[in-house]
Design a protein around this ligand. Structure first.
Ligand SMILES: [Zn+2]
Length: 427
């Protein structure tokens, strides 16, 4: 039996090591969603193998998928052999000697280990707890997504230098005072779930010494801000994806049971981002309704024909909307068709533009959408709904008259025949 098979059998021990305690029926609270009391996480033993399944969030897998989700241990490639197998084997008291690896792979492996190391150094102290409480983020989410704080940066620097050497620290560009001091850190993962950097945000306002609200890791061999999409390692398993602005938006939807969410983050949208989104069959954009968000959505819509936008009412973001109205209501929000999107976008950029042009366009569309369009236009333009409706009716009446006249003219030519036919019908 090789080490992978041996570890597969150690799932119960692994659960214990993560504080997941099964009851006598093999059920526990699920660590992957906000499972407060239903115990929907279940251990399944079949033909000598052990897997888990959650009836709440629908996820399932082996010890490796769980270790990936809870601790970010890589599931694929060289990293799986270099990091995941030795880490788990050591913890379970199993012997495992990794295969000899090339120098390049070993450097890469070391970098991975370095980011893993920092991730484990992140502490959930009172400040993080307060931050999480204000944003309604449960502790299992903090752990799963590697969210915490470096409480002693000087000490961390010493540890890193001792364990990895200054050369590799330089290469990985990890030492970044502005990022690590006094910030809540969000671990950034690559597509396989390995930590590759951090995003830091200020948790308390200090007006006397203004600092950037958000700071990310410096570009390193694995991480590049202009390419990275937050939560891609979970979302990539799905055919369709929701694109949101920030990490908290992502986490709110994940907690609510949606895994297929990625965040662009505060950075500009690049071709690399769009290329990654192009892999999905359907893309729903739920970015902020401000100028930056609209520009991003416009760019994606233009390039990816299978993308649609949803408009969150009252300038809310997905986080505040879901907290107020629930995730089901979020899923039911209207997707904007082309004309609605134009109305929303243009009215934002050109608030003084007359609504008249749009009423003409609305007149061209199918009557079943008229009310929707008019409502949207009324909101966007500030012109009263009934005035817009009168305008639309006037255009439609005019068109009806034109049509009627055209028909009458052609009827004149065929003369009494058509009149006779319609008279016959009435009898
Ligand atoms: Zn679950």
């Amino acid at each position: 039996m090789d080490i992978t098979d041996q570890l597969m059998l150690r799932l119960p021990e692994y659960l214990n090591s993560q504080g997941i305690h099964l009851d006598s029926n093999g059920f526990a609270l699920c660590p992957l969603h906000d499972d407060k009391k239903s115990k929907s996480f279940h251990l399944i033993t079949s033909s000598g193998s052990k897997i888990w399944h959650c009836f709440g969030c629908g996820q399932s897998g082996s010890i490796f998928t769980l270790a990936n989700q809870l601790e970010g241990l890589p599931m694929k490639g060289a990293e799986f052999h270099e990091i995941t197998l030795p880490t788990l084997a050591k913890r379970m008291g199993l012997k495992y000697v990794p295969k000899a690896i090339s120098q390049a792979d070993s450097n890469k492996g070391q970098l991975r280990e370095l980011f893993n190391f920092i991730r484990k150094e992140l502490v959930i102290d009172e400040r993080v707890q307060k931050f999480a409480e204000n944003r309604a983020l449960p502790e299992n989410i903090l752990k799963r997504f590697g969210i915490g704080r470096v409480t002693d940066y000087v000490q961390l620097k010493r540890k890193l230098s001792r364990n990895f050497g200054d050369d590799i620290l330089k290469k990985a560009a990890v030492l970044h005072d502005e990022l690590f001091v006094d910030r809540i850190l969000f671990t950034l993962f690559d597509d396989f779930g390995s930590p590759i950097g951090f995003a830091g945000r200020i948790d308390v306002d200090t007006p006397e010494t203004p600092r950037a609200k958000y700071v990310n890791s410096i570009t390193n061999p694995f991480y590049d801000k202009s390419k990275h999409l937050y939560n891609m390692h979970f979302a990539k398993k799905f055919d369709d994806v929701f694109v949101v602005e920030g990490q908290i938006d992502t986490l709110r939807l994940v907690i609510s049971g949606m895994q297929n969410v990625v965040a662009v983050g505060g950075s500009a949208l690049t071709d690399d981002h769009i290329r990654q989104l192009a892999k999905f069959k359907k893309i729903t954009l739920a970015l902020d309704g401000d100028a930056a968000g609209l520009t991003k959505m416009d760019k994606i819509r233009e390039r990816l024909k299978n993308s649609t936008c949803i408009l969150i009412p009252d300038g809310m973001d997905p986080d505040s909307y879901v907290r107020n109205y629930g995730v089901d209501s979020f899923k039911r929000l209207d997707e904007l068709d082309d004309l609605s999107w134009q109305i929303v976008r243009d009215e934002y950029y050109q608030p003084a533009k007359s609504a008249e042009g749009y009423v003409q366009k609305i007149a061209d569309s199918s009557p079943i959408y008229h009310t929707d369009y008019l409502r949207r236009l009324a909101k966007a333009s500030g012109v009263e709904y009934f005035r817009l409706k009168d305008g639309l009716n006037a255009i439609l009446n005019e068109r009806a008259w034109d049509k009627f006249n055209t028909i009458m003219k052609s009827k004149d030519k065929i003369g009494s025949l058509s009149v006779q036919v319609s008279l016959n019908k009435q009898e």
